[in-house]
Design a protein around this ligand. Structure first.
Ligand code: PEP
Ligand code: MG
Length: 578
């Protein structure tokens, strides 16, 4: 018998092993009122729990080997900072004092309040913060209840190389501790491909499938499972033939990865000698390190909303340290930092009403930065300060008007002058780029590009806005078709516009990392690609096999003939064997 479950595969790879369920255990969370003379003791109890939780994270980090620490150290740091976040534990202390309730209850109330504020905002960044929040609250509550954290729990088998671990969800600290024991694969019931756990799983190459609903009910401790994270599936079966089949697939996939990796060192030229440039989309240190190891030309997209917490929104030094570390890791290769592209959240009260009912069309990206200029200046100053340690480029998200570029430029100049007045050096010629991801920006590329030093196509949003298909909505995902004529003609318009303005164009949306689109992009004249590190070898191995002149001819013929078929047929025609 086979039980097949599906979820979201967050990293490529196959894992075979016995299932181990990492259960959370029910925490007893009492709720009671305090007498006035008990309040200070309760505050002390919360503070002691914060100290103990901080010690658990420090101990977890201490036990890690260098590779795992490199990949997760900063995320543990984020959790350590959250333990002292004024809006969480600071506010919980206030709840103990004001409402005279016990620490568990105060913490629960404050976490619910933060979740409620976040829930109004439909944004991947916020989802990530909610996940962090839940993990930190759980850690604190386990300390208050005096129960051990589950990963450090002796019930977890010591070696996990033939074990697939299943949990409701996993924090980066837990994932690090499991990797330390060579876990074969991971399954969680919740979580998103944007979560920190997912980022760490990708950086450490651990096969992982997330959001496998009801997995804890359907799968049993000790049963043999197969996990294919490329397709996001989990099979529970004792069928030996199937296990044999997947074991072969696993070794073939490992072999094919080794084969693809050979391409990493060959010159970046198509068959007919056209040079192309590969950069990585990388946010956290492990990905940036990987980008350098793979020989990428630098970071083409650092999504800054994923690298610092909201508490650091106005903390110039904290942001500077993050950017500076990334610049130094790249050792002379450029770091392209995109300014904040979070949705409308924690805005000051007078701005909240501006966020509007539809976050995708609301105060997002550059609009939000320009609406919160104090925070924007903090970010710009931190970027400018980092630019004296190595090449930094600034990228502006979601532009839809020339005025936005002009205003951002003015602020950059002001910040640089201000820094100069303080005796701080910054790159006087820091390149400023704009994301082309709204239909307005695409149509106006030439005009926008004249105000910029480079443009970068954000194909994820561009397709969403062009086709009016919400990129997060499963119900319309079949309509999200990047190989449609509307998208291709728009890409061609962007390339022509950038060329007319004499500015380079790169692409940093998912299309850049999908080898099926490499021929189409080269055929349109795009030669700069920024993609997830894990896709670099596959895209490069495709690009070097292509004939750029032939791809250009195919694309020209397609653009000239309104009846020509788009979609998969066109992509096949543009493939290495097409
Ligand atoms: C894009 O829209 O293609 C892009 C790269 O930005 P993000 O995915 O962060 O919106
Ligand atoms: Mg975008």
């Amino acid at each position: 018998m086979i039980l097949a479950l599906s979820g979201s595969g967050v990293s490529d790879g196959i894992a075979l092993g016995q299932l181990h369920v990492l259960s959370r255990g029910e925490l007893q969370l009492p709720e009671y009122h305090l007498e006035s003379d008990e309040v200070e003791t309760e505050v002390e109890r919360l503070r002691a729990a914060i100290e103990a939780a901080t010690a658990v994270l420090a101990e977890t980090e201490r036990q890690l080997d260098d590779e795992t620490r490199d990949s997760t150290g900063e995320l543990l740091q984020v959790h350590r900072l959250m333990l002292r976040d004024s809006s969480l534990t600071g506010a919980a202390e206030q709840v103990i004092r004001d409402a005279r309730v016990n620490a568990e209850w105060a913490l629960d109330r404050q976490a619910a309040e933060l979740r409620r504020r976040f829930s109004r905002l439909d944004d991947a960044y916020i989802a990530l913060r909610v996940e962090d929040l839940d993990q930190v609250v759980r850690l604190l509550q386990s300390r208050l209840a005096d129960q051990p954290e589950r990963v450090l729990d002796a019930r977890v088998p010591h070696r996990l190389d033939d074990t697939v671990v299943l949990a409701a969800d996993l924090s980066p600290a837990e994932l690090a501790a499991l990797h330390q024991r060579d876990v074969a694969g991971l399954i969680t019931e919740h979580g998103s491909v944007w979560s920190h756990a997912a980022i760490v799983a990708r950086a450490l190459n651990i096969p992982m499938v997330m959001a496998v609903h009801r997995a804890q009910r359907l799968l049993r401790e000790g049963e043999p499972v197969i996990l294919d994270s490329h397709y996001g599936i989990v099979l529970a079966t004792r069928d030996e033939r199937l296990h044999g089949h997947y074991a072969e697939k696993q070794s073939a996939a490992r072999q094919s990865r080794r084969n693809l990796e050979r391409y990493l060192t060959v010159p970046a030229c198509t068959r007919d000698g056209l040079r192309f440039h590969l950069f990585c989309n990388a946010d956290l240190a492990p990905e940036i390190r990987r980008c350098r190891e793979l020989g990428a030309g630098g970071v083409g997209l650092m999504r800054s909303e994923f690298v610092f917490t909201f508490d650091e929104l106005n903390d110039e030094d904290a942001q500077y340290r993050i950017y500076r570390e990334a610049v130094e890791l790249l050792d002379g290769r450029p770091l392209t930092i995109r300014t904040l592209d979070a949705g409308a959240d924690k805005l000051p009260d007078d701005l909240k009403r501006l966020s509007g009912p539809n976050p995708a069309l609301g105060l997002r990206g550059i609009r939000m930065s320009l609406a919160m200029q104090e925070s924007f200046r903090v970010q710009l100053r931190a970027m400018l300060r980092a630019s004296c340690h190595g090449p930094v480029r600034i990228l502006l998200p979601m532009i839809s008007q020339v005025a936005e570029i002009r205003r951002a430029r003015e602020l950059i100049v002001q910040c640089r002058e201000q820094l100069r007045g303080e005796g701080v050096r910054a790159d006087p010629e820091i390149p400023i780029g704009g994301m082309i991801e709204t239909p307005a920006a695409a149509l106006m590329t030439a005009q926008f590009a004249r105000e910029l030093d480079f443009v970068s196509i954000g194909s994820n949003d561009l397709v969403q806005y062009l086709l009016a298909v919400d990129r997060q909505d499963e119900l319309v995902s079949h309509l999200f078709e990047p190989a449609s004529r509307a998208v291709i003609e728009t890409l061609a318009t962007i390339v022509t516009g950038a060329a007319r303005a004499g500015r380079p164009v790169q692409i940093c949306g998912e299309l850049a990392g999908d080898p099926r689109f490499s021929g189409l992009l080269i055929g349109l004249g795009i030669t700069q690609f920024s993609l997830p590190p894990g896709q670099l070898a596959a895209v490069k191995s495709t690009l070097v096999k292509l004939d750029a002149a032939a791809c250009r001819e195919t694309m020209q013929a397609f653009l000239n003939d309104p009846e020509a078929e788009a979609g998969a047929a066109l992509l096949d025609q543009l493939g290495p064997s097409g």
